[in-house]
Design a protein. Structure first.
Length: 79
């Protein structure tokens, strides 16, 4: 999210999804429809992240995938 090579509007969508998830106003209120309310929040958050990844430049995505893979390898060796 802090990378300047990723367009601002993609970041805004993710921040909007985060605000929606923590907001008490929902399409399906969590207190009225407990399971579906939470699932709806997760779906919105999931698709916002998916949109962020698919809209970001492929070189940036590859770079961060490499970083994540390297961190996973380091963590495995520590265990």
């Amino acid at each position: 999210m802090g990378d300047r090579r990723v367009p601002w509007y993609l970041k805004a969508i993710v921040y909007g999804a985060i605000a929606y998830v923590i907001s008490p106003l929902d399409l399906l209120p969590d207190y009225l429809v407990p399971i579906l309310g939470y699932v709806e929040d997760l779906i919105i958050f999931y698709f916002s992240l998916k949109f962020l990844i698919s809209g970001s430049p492929p070189s940036v995505v590859r770079e961060y995938v490499k970083i994540i893979d390297e961190e996973k390898r380091r963590k495995r060796w520590r265990e």
